[in-house]
Structure formats: C-alpha cells, structure tokens
Design a protein around this ligand. Sequence first.
Ligand code: UD1
Length: 430
Amino acid sequence: MEQYVIKGGNPLVGEVEIGGAKNAALAILSAAVMTDETVTIDNLPNVRDINVLLDAIREIGAKVDRVGEHTVKINGSFIQNLTVDNEFIRKIRASYYLMGALLGKYKRAEVALPGGCNIGSRPIDLHMKGFRALGATVDIEHGMFLASAEKLQGTHIYLDKVSVGATINIMMAASMAEGKTIIENAAKEPHVVDVANFLNSMGANIRGAGTDVIRIVGVEKLHKTEYSVIPDQIEAGTFMYAAAATKGDIMLKNVIPKHLEATTAKLLEIGCEVEEFDDAVRVVASKPLHHTQVTTLPYPGFPTDMQPQMAVVLGIASGTSTITESIFENRFKYVDELTRMGANIKVESNIAIINGVERYTGARVNAPDLRAGAALVIAGLAAEGITVVDDIYYIERGYENFEGKLAALGAVIEKVSSEKEIKKFTLKVS
Ligand code: UD1
C-alpha cells in the first residue's frame, strides 16, 4: 500500500501541464474498437483506469499498441470475444462504455457490471432504457450486463435524468444503428462533445453534441482516424484549487478555459484572480479567501467531480459556506477525514455547511475515492505540519504523476510505501 506524505505550508508557484481528459479518453478508447481499421489516439493520460480499460480491450482480442506514454494504436478487427470480464474491469465505472461500443458494432455485448468510485448508488437503468429503445434485448445476469439485437433501429429516446454515461453509450450504439436516433435531455459535458467528434472523425454522423438534443444518423461502417483527447477539466480544476488553498500562483498549460467556467467563477467569487489565455489559465491567490454557496449540477453547472476540492478551499475561507451535492448522494465521505485536519463541516442530507477555520493541521487520513483523495492532498499542502494520505490507489486512477507535478510547483510531497519511509520523510523535513 502506498501513501502520500506531505509537509504543508508552501504556496504552489509555477507552471503545470494538464493531461488528457480521463473520462473522455475512457469512452474514446472503447469507441475505437468499433472500426476494423487502426485508430491512433493521442493525449491519453497515463493513469490506472485507462490502463485497466486497455487491458480489457486487449483481452477481447483487439490489437493495442502503446506507441508512446500518451499515444495508443488500436485495431478492433481481431476481436473474437464479446465477453468483457476480469477482476480489474469490475473496478472501473467506464467499463460500461464497451457495452455501447460492442453492441453497436457486433449487436452483442456481455460486460461485467461496473464498479468505480463509491460515491453513491450508480444505476445503469438509463443505459438499458436506451439500448432497449434501439431494439436490443437487455438483461443483467450473474453480475454481467447482457445485450443483443438482430439489428439496432434508430429511435427517439428521452433521458429522465441527465447522464453523461448513458448519453455517450447510446450515442455509440446509435452510430451503427439503422436510421435516425434522437437523444433528448442529453448530457452536455465537454467529453460528450469530444466523443461525438471522435466518432464523427471515424465516419459517424452525430449532430448537436454539447446541446441537450443529439441527432445521430446510423452508418454501416466506421473507419480509421487519428485523434487527440481534450484536456482534463477536472485535473485542471484540482490544480486551480490547490493554488487557492496554498495561496499560490499557478499557470496551467494545455487547458480549454471555456470548459473551466464554473470552476473559475467560484474562484473569482471567493477572492482569487484568474487570468485566461488561449490554452492556459493563471490562478493567483494573494488575498484572503471568503465564503460562498455552491451547488453541483450537470455541465455547464459546477462539476460534482470538483466538489471535494471546493470544500477543502472553503474550509479555510472566512465565514460560512454551503455546498449542495445534487448528483451523487454519497459524496461527503471525506468530511470526517477533513475534520481530523481541523475542518468545521456539518453534513445535513445533501448539504455540507462549512464554517471556515484559520488553517488545517496535518493528520493521517484515508482517500475515500478519487476526487476526495485529491482534495485531501490539497488540504495537506495547505496544512501546518505533516499529512499522510493513505489509499492513494484511488488518486492514481485519475491523476498522472500527481506528486511529481505538485513537487515541481514547490510542494513538499513524496510517494512512500512503508512506515519506515514515512518516518524518514518526517525526519528529513522537520
Ligand atoms: C460520469 C463521470 C464521473 C462524474 C459524472 C457526473 C466517467 C467515467 N465518470 O459518471 O466522474 O462524476 O459523470 O459528471 O465519465 N443515473 C441514473 N441512471 C443511469 C445513469 C445515471 O439514475 O442509468 C444518475 C446517477 O445516479 C447520477 C446522475 O444520473 O445521479 C448522473 O450520473 P452520470 O452522469 O451517468 O455519471 P457517470 O456517467 O456514471
């Protein structure tokens, strides 16, 4: 088991390069098997979830060539096996994208039901509703999601709830259905648009991605393409909030400022300065931070994946703030850990009431999930003294070289794997 050990108190200053968007990349890699020609995907983040998915894609017979740390070539013509199940794939949420991809191409898919971060119940009823509307028979048996169809027929689908996963999955399957599909109340997240652009670059006919009505005209075949994944708005947001919490000054490179609007708006509200460039953003936190109100919402609202990082910043901002979590009901599990670092936060139902304290103090804490884990690292960077974050396995699912990027900004942080190394670090920095 590895840990991050952090000596807090240093403002983060300098430049950081943001990687490709994990959540877009997971869907794009799955969609890449939908053609028999070779697809090249660039700007992939080198993180655990991506590597697990690539292994699963390899296991069903596709040819996967890692031609560089951030580039892969995939050829789906060798696929023999339409059953996706291994001990790792069950741990990642995005395994469900192989359902839409395989169902679209082969009209059959058997995929182990997804796991992922434990941030609340994560049903897949809307994915199933979409596949059924396209004419597939869909079942869940022995922990496996099973779908098959003689043929997929374009149709009209209304999503009862805005779901990123269901929108993308239906979009993939409908790309190879007969006729026209209309998805209403579709998710508008940047990665929905990125996946649509990717599919279109393979010859799909998708219009309206980024609005709440997506129109897809099915095609018989998809072809090769070369594609670069968009920058990760959540990795970027995490560094922006790390700048705020540590009173730092960070220039983030390789970002799309438009995708960061909600994240940026809240930073401005609490007293930070944010300067936008074409593909960069600078965050300066030189003034005292103050309270605000936040509600998580589907894009372009405030992202639920930034909620824990926001809470960490508001925990040391003056006054009383509230965060309302409207997407996932179980996303405040980090609050007990943050309380051990001195935070004053009370959770009532889906609202966290945060009374800002002057500072955090270092403690030993557990990362309960990916984004909350990153948020606890930010708290450690802002805290007085030493913080040890356990279970960083979660963080590594979605952040590439997190400790390296933070250290380059002046953070005192190391990845360790034993109590002995924790002691050694403590002696070295004290
Ligand atoms: C994706 C992201 C995740 C992010 C979330 C919301 C990936 C791999 N993960 O997750 O990081 O936090 O979007 O931006 O891209 N729902 C249903 N039925 C369904 C599907 C979803 O009721 O069939 C509900 C969920 O419980 C949740 C809401 O819809 O309350 C939104 O979930 P969704 O957008 O589907 O999240 P994911 O795609 O799983």
